[in-house]
Design a protein around this ligand. Structure first.
Ligand code: 13P
Length: 336
């Protein structure tokens, strides 16, 4: 696969005013989301729910790509069309989560490392054959007393870079996601320092592993105070701090940065993205790759009545896509 083709895919992922819908929850994670609204975690419910999201009318107006989980990439619509083909036909790039989740980092209490490198090359080959054109790997960085350590940051960056190089070898654009969690009572300054160290380490590792940045997308967490911090920064401060941190760590040749929502309220996630784009022009396109902030309203509605609320739930997915797409252009007018 040539770098030109990878770069073309990466640019399509961050086309102006478009973003990514993340629906790549593992079976365990979707089980937790289902349990919270009283839905049983069966394969059929997972398939039906993913069909609701992916077949939202007019979704391609605002969505360039969808990140799927292994099971979903192998499933089809009720009418029998494989989801990957359905997406490609509607102009949405199919993506796939390829990490195998986190485990405790031995010797470093409270810290995690992401697994999934063993056997990754043949898995990527198969995902490409099944229609995936980009892949995601999520590293998780916890903030707490004396953590993260440099060892944890480096172990995760190394894995992200190894995965990214393998993706490019197999013609898939790597979406590298080092998520600094919002859990805890840390302040925004602490989040800034940790995020800066994580991104420096990540881009050094990508360079070491010969990863071509023109064919890479960064999925970033925002610089924001911990959920339990008594002092919460306002929208402008989150936007300015995040941009400052990204500008001092992320090379301008990267085509785009997409944000995760990380547990933010739907409207906050939109407002933060909008504010960052109003502060532009920025060196890279800034858009979204939200999971919860795209789905939460739809899941609640669907849980109340799977048949009667199917279209209403899709309407909320469309509305979230439209609002976040406006925010990706710095043209969101607030709710309503
Ligand atoms: P959230 O937007 O819910 O954080 O999910 C995005 C994602 O893909 C996390 O890996």
């Amino acid at each position: 696969m040539s770098i030109e083709q990878l770069a073309e895919t990466a640019l399509a992922m961050v086309a102006p005013g478009k973003g990514i819908i993340a629906i790549d929850e593992s079976t365990t994670t979707i089980g937790k989301r289902f349990a919270a609204v009283g839905i049983e975690n069966t394969e059929d419910h997972r398939r039906a729910y993913r069909e609701l999201l992916l077949t939202t009318p007019k979704l391609p107006q605002h969505i360039s790509g969808a990140i799927l989980y292994d099971e979903t990439l192998r499933q089809s619509t009720r009418a029998g069309v494989p989801f990957a083909r359905y997406l490609a036909d509607s102009g949405i790039l199919p993506g796939i989560k390829v990490d195998k989740g986190t485990v405790a980092l031995a010797g470093f209490p409270g810290e995690l490392v992401t697994e999934g490198l063993d056997g990754l090359r043949p898995r990527l080959e198969e995902y490409y054959r099944l229609g995936a054109r980009f892949a995601k790997w999520r590293a998780v960085i916890n903030i707490g007393d004396d953590i993260p350590t440099g060892t944890c940051i480096e172990a995760n960056s190394h894995a992200l870079a190894r995965y990214a190089a393998l993706c490019q070898e197999q013609g898939l654009v790597p979406m590298v996601e080092p998520e600094v969690l919002m859990d805890g009572d840390h302040d925004i300054e602490t989040c800034y320092e940790v995020t800066e160290a994580v991104l420096r380490s990540l881009f050094a590792a990508l360079y070491e592993q010969n990863v071509l940045l023109e064919g890479t997308i960064l999925k970033a967490s925002m610089v924001i105070a911990g959920k339990d911090c008594p002092e919460q920064a306002d929208v402008q401060e989150v936007a300015e701090s995040t941009l400052m941190c990204l500008k001092s760590t992320v090379p301008a040749i990267l085509p785009g940065i997409v944000f995760l929502s990380g547990g933010q309220e739907d409207e906050d996630a939109t407002a933060h993205l909008d504010a960052m784009n109003r502060l532009g022009p920025n060196p890279w396109t800034l858009s979204f790759s939200y999971g919860r902030a795209m789905q939460q309203a739809a899941l609640k509605l669907w849980a109340k009545d799977m048949d009667a609320n199917f279209r209403k739930a899709q309407d909320t997915v469309f509305a979230r896509a439209r609002d976040n797409s406006r925010a990706a252009l710095g043209q969101w007018q607030g709710e309503g």
